[in-house]
Design a protein around this ligand. Structure first.
Ligand code: DC
Length: 226
């Protein structure tokens, strides 16, 4: 097996830097990067655009009959299509995060998105980031990582990111939102956020993106050498 054929499951809480680090690993190894959070965010966006409230579970489930979500790749970059239109940054707002977390609690939503993710996993050569990748989507992945960083560290990063995007945000509110989402993601009944029994726990607090990516590539090389 080659480096670019491995399946890497990368789970962890919001803002741990999973997507940035996964993209860096993909660039170093030729793996395809799959951002599964973007799928939940797209269901959330659809609910929001249809005026369905975050706590209207039946209303959200009803939308699954009409929603059309496709995952495509353009020049190697993942692109989620909602009714044929790329969602782009519309899924990256704070409201988008709140909606994504709300819809991801619903088992019917998870079931709706399961096949799409499993198909990509079956093709191999992927680094997939999410919350239940090592436990549900790719329980037989060659490499499983549960990536963490303290809530303060994650809030600092998200705060800087949003300021850089020109958004008017308050640090304490960003931290509070992260703590609330951690709680919701780990306490839900459907596929809660938790490390797979055989996952490597990686606290990336002391590492930058490059160092974190090198750590993961190191795990992959060690796997192949064994
Ligand atoms: O990774 P992210 O912040 O884009 O994820 C958005 C939301 O979707 C987050 O609240 C957790 C949820 N999610 C999930 O439940 N399972 C996944 N595999 C990916 C994301």
């Amino acid at each position: 097996m080659e480096l670019n054929q491995l399946r890497v499951a990368l789970d962890g809480p919001s803002g741990a830097g999973k997507s940035t680090i996964a993209k860096a690993v993909a660039a170093k190894t030729g793996l395809i990067y799959v951002d599964t959070g973007a799928l939940y965010r797209t269901v959330g966006l659809y609910a929001y655009e249809n005026g369905v409230a975050t706590d209207d579970t039946a209303g959200i489930i009803a939308l699954l009959d009409t929603v059309d979500i496709k995952l495509t790749y353009r020049d190697g970059v993942q692109c989620v299509l909602l009714h044929g239109e790329p969602v782009g940054d519309r899924i990256r707002t704070e409201t988008g995060s709140v909606y994504a977390s709300a819809v991801s609690k619903i088992p019917e939503v998870r079931a709706y998105l399961l096949d799409m993710q499993k198909k990509l996993a079956d093709e191999g050569g992927v680094i997939m980031d999410g919350r239940d990748i090592g436990t549900v989507i790719m329980p037989d992945a060659e490499i499983k990582i549960f990536m963490t960083a303290s809530a303060e560290e994650r809030a600092k990063r998200r705060y800087r990111e949003q300021i850089a995007r020109g958004l008017d945000v308050n640090f304490d509110e960003v931290l509070e939102a992260i703590l609330a989402r951690d709680k919701q993601d780990s306490e839900r009944d459907a596929a809660p956020l938790k490390p797979a029994d055989d996952a490597v726990i990686f606290d990336n607090g002391p590492y930058d993106v490059e160092g974190s990516a090198d750590y993961i590539v190191g795990l992959m090389k060690r796997y192949l050498a064994e």
